[in-house]
Design a protein. Structure first.
Length: 179
């Protein structure tokens, strides 16, 4: 038997209303976000209140951060909750072409019930807040597939303006570029 084609629309939407707060004291930054959301994709629907938190500790040459995404307020259904952690090390500070430079090493981890752990590592070069070049390799998992995904980004500053561009693909050739 052939599947029947049913004319009409398929409801697909996501609505969210959120309020957040942040506190920054010395090298420590804390943030929290309370969100109400309603999402629907055809017959699948998710709605409720979530609370997310994040923390960042920025030491002179080392930054450590962690955050949650869509943690349910009642603490029960965590199927869509993601957890993030990352570290950045300002490994070297050479002078390049007469400008103060920074060579940055990065590692990040994302995990959740849907996808399991995803790892990423990267290398960055910064020149006197005028030029940045970043490259990373991320292990991304989908519902049925996993692959290593390269990402490259460049940013330069002209006067008061910062111009940035990045290139990456996800599984099946689609995805966003994050840094």
């Amino acid at each position: 038997p052939q599947p029947a084609s049913e004319p009409g629309s398929r409801p697909v939407y996501e609505e969210m209303l959120a309020v957040g707060a942040a506190l920054h004291r010395g090298p420590l930054a804390l943030g929290a976000l309370l969100s109400g959301h309603d999402a629907r994709f055809d017959v699948d629907r998710s709605a409720g209140l979530t609370v997310d938190g994040g923390v960042r500790l920025a030491l002179p040459r080392l930054t450590i951060a962690a955050a949650t995404h869509f943690f349910p307020l009642n603490g029960t259904d965590r199927r869509v909750t993601d957890y993030y952690a990352g570290v950045e090390c300002d490994a070297l500070r050479p002078r390049l072409w007469g400008a103060p430079g920074h060579i940055l090493l990065r590692y990040g981890l994302t995990t959740g019930e849907r996808t399991g752990p995803e790892h990423g590592g990267g290398l960055g070069l910064a020149l006197a807040d005028r030029f940045r070049l970043d490259a990373s390799l991320v292990r991304e998992r989908g519902y049925a597939d996993a692959a290593w995904r390269p990402t490259v980004g460049v940013r330069f500053r002209v006067g008061r303006y910062a111009i940035a561009a990045a290139r990456a693909t996800g599984l099946n050739g689609i995805g966003a570029s994050y840094r």
